[in-house]
Ligand binder design. Sequence first.
Ligand code: PLP
Length: 297
Amino acid sequence: MSRIAYVNGRYVRHRNAMVHVEDRGYQFADGVYEVVVVHRGALIDGEAHLDRLDRSLRELRIVRPMSRAALQLVMRELLRRNRVRDGLLYLQVTRGVARRDHKFPLVIEPALVMTARCNGLWSEARFQKGVSVISLDDIRWGRADIKSVSLIANVLAKQAAAEAGAYEAWLLDRDGAVTEGASSNAWLVGEQGQLVTRGIGSEILGGVTRATILRLAADMGVRVEERAFTIDEVRMASEAFLSSSSSAVLPVLKIDGGTIGDGRPGPVTRRLYDAYIGYVRSLSETSETRNTGERAG
Ligand code: PLP
C-alpha cells in the first residue's frame, strides 16, 4: 500500500507530495506545525493540539486554512487512507506561496500539508532503558512558545546529542537554568518527591503532554513546582524524565555522562508513566466505543 499525503486540498501519493519553491515555509520557515499521536485509531489530545495550532497561527498572524471541523475531517480521512492505527500525524501550515519578499504579502492563502505514518510508540522496554541527555546553550529565538517550523537550533542540538551518544539535549538559558529539551519538556523529582518543571513562558513550548502530566500529578496528589531549575539540581535529583507526545514519559538516567539517582527509572516517574499510558488507553477506548456506537446506530 502506498502512503498518502494531504497537500493543499488534495490527497496525493507521498512520493509525489510537493510544495511550491516559493512557499514561505521553505523560504523563511514562515509556518507552524503539530505532531499528534494516534493510538488505536484515536487522536490523543487532538483538541489540545488544535488549540495550540490556533495559538501559534494567531501569534504569527497566519490565517487558519480551514475550520476546526474541516481540519479534523481531513485528519481522520488521512489516517483512514494510510490505515494508521498506531502512529503519528504531522500537520503543517505555512503563510503560503508568494514572490520572495520578507514582509507579509497583501494577498495570500495559507498552505496546509499533512502526513501520517505508522510508528511504534512507547513500550515498557523503552521505559526501562531510559535515555541519556546532554546539556547545551539554548540558542533558539525568543519565542519558543510558538510551535514554529524554524527548528534549526533544535536540529543542531539534537545532532550534537546524537553525536555524543545521547537521545536528547537539555537547553540552558543565560542563567544556566534548563528551559526544555530540543523536542521535549524537561522534568526532575526534587528532594521531597515534588515534580519540578519550567513554568510556561516564551522560553518553552507549552507541551500538550506536559499539561496532561500536570493534571495527572494533581489527581495523584503529587506536588508540582513550575519554576526554572539548574543543571546542578538535575545532577542531584533522585529522578528526571522528559515528556512529549511521541515519547510520553521517558526516564532520563544520565546527564552529560553522570548518573541521575541510582541510574534506573524511579518510582515517581513510574507512577506518572503508568497514569499517562492509562489516560491514553482510556481515550482510545472511549473513541472506539463511540465509533462502534456510530456504526451500530
Ligand atoms: N518542547 C519542544 C521544543 C518540542 O518540540 C516538543 C514536541 O515536539 C515538546 C516540548 C513537547 O510537546 P508535546 O508534549 O506537545 O508533544
